[in-house]
Design a protein around this ligand. Structure first.
Ligand code: ZN
Length: 191
């Protein structure tokens, strides 16, 4: 049998016996037999004597400083739930949800008047700033982050840019305040 540089394995394939190697990532010990948990290539670490499988498709992992684009699904006093559809500009099929911090932000209202920086249904681009307690904490406190697309609350047509913090509806003249991303209202929408 010819030795391949890095053998491709299927789930359940025998990789080694546990006397030779320790089960590493994406492997399991099946009563003394180390087998692959996923499709990928075999990697042996001669220092730790670990055998592992590098998955053919890297699992998507969100990291601090990544940016995501998603849709606001609900707004509370100091936070909003965001369903994430794009991770660093690439579509993700994982069911990620993040918690967008709204504290300290306003939609541009003057003085003590509270305005909503985002509304349910808005498409927002956010920065991941923490993964504390397994929650994806998001922020839009950067010029490039914020609402990238929103619909008019009165007539449902897409809003256009009015000013730095205002989006206006050409259809019905309605003006809404948001924390807008720098490129809000440009088409096509960049995820
Ligand atoms: Zn309108």
């Amino acid at each position: 049998m010819k030795e391949k540089k890095s053998a491709e394995v299927l789930p359940g394939d025998k990789l080694a016996v546990s006397e030779e190697f320790l089960p590493g990532k994406h492997t399991y010990d099946d009563s003394g037999m180390i087998r692959a948990l996923t499709v990928g290539s075999v990697q042996k670490d001669s220092k730790s004597m670990e055998i592992s499988v590098k998955p053919a498709v890297e699992p998507e992992i969100i990291k601090v400083d990544d940016w995501v684009t998603g849709q606001v699904e609900g707004v509370q006093a100091n936070s909003a739930n965001v369903h994430i559809y794009f991770l660093n500009g690439k579509m993700t099929y994982k069911d990620f949800s993040g918690m967008l911090t709204l504290r300290g932000l306003s939609g541009g209202g003057r003085g003590a008047r509270r305005t909503t920086p985002v509304k349910t249904g808005d498409v927002v681009r956010c920065r991941v700033f923490s993964l504390l307690n397994g929650i994806i904490h998001l922020s839009i406190d950067e010029p490039d982050m914020g609402v990238v697309a929103a619909l008019c609350g009165s007539c449902g047509k897409p809003l256009l840019r009015g000013s730095a913090t205002r989006a206006k509806c050409d259809e019905c003249g309605n003006v809404e305040e948001r924390k807008l991303a720098r490129d809000f209202g440009t088409a096509p929408i960049e995820p």
